[in-house]
Design a protein around this ligand. Structure first.
Ligand SMILES: N[C@@H](CCC(=O)N[C@@H](CS)C(=O)NCC(=O)O)C(=O)O
Length: 171
């Protein structure tokens, strides 16, 4: 494992958003200190100070400076440690924009409808959530086929990338 300077991850074991960051740090081969937060019974002073806007995990603290929001943290890791391990985002600006689009789609479209499919207040709300989840998965699958032309095994091509990490953490 490479040293990434002073890297600390504030997380919670069951969080798919935290898992994204763990996966990215692991693919990059970066070592870090992990701090488990108890987000139900009491968040630490460090978390409240590091993420005063949302008070949520994950937070990555790099040399004392906090970075919040899992997708932004992935991009930060890729840029701040560009010389370490594989790149998560494609080097081509257009492909990079496409990867960012689909990662945002996963969080803005797929995730809310999937949550509604089992957290909806009524059976109708749950059914609507499921319908929207399946439609979102269909669109994602079509995009995956498009990206996989030439039989690339993963969203980003031959190696694990940004969208694979964003989606894989939810699986
Ligand atoms: N959009 C955020 C979502 C993070 C999130 O929802 N974290 C949850 C754990 S899974 C949390 O910290 N919840 C505490 C709270 O809502 O007070 C991200 O991608 O990092």
């Amino acid at each position: 494992m490479a040293g990434g300077g002073d890297l600390k991850l504030l997380g919670m074991w069951a969080s798919p958003f935290v898992l994204r960051v763990k996966l990215a740090l692991s693919f990059k081969g970066l070592s870090y200190e992990y701090v488990e937060e108890d987000i139900v019974r009491g968040k630490s002073e460090l978390l409240l100070k590091s993420n005063p806007v949302h008070n949520k995990v994950p937070v990555l603290i790099h040399n004392g400076k906090p970075v919040c929001e899992s997708l932004i943290i992935l991009q930060y890791i890729d840029e701040a440690f560009a010389g370490t391990g594989p790149s998560l985002l494609p080097s081509d600006p257009y492909e990079r924009a496409v990867a960012r689009f689909w990662a945002a789609y996963i969080d803005d479209k797929l995730l809310p409808s999937w949550l509604q499919s089992f957290r909806g207040k009524t059976d109708e709300e749950k059914a609507e959530g499921l319908k929207q989840t399946l439609a979102a998965v269909d669109q994602l699958e079509a995009a995956f086929k498009e990206c996989s032309k030439g039989n690339k095994p993963l969203f980003g091509g031959d190696s694990v990338g940004y969208v694979d990490v964003a989606l894989g953490s939810l699986a």
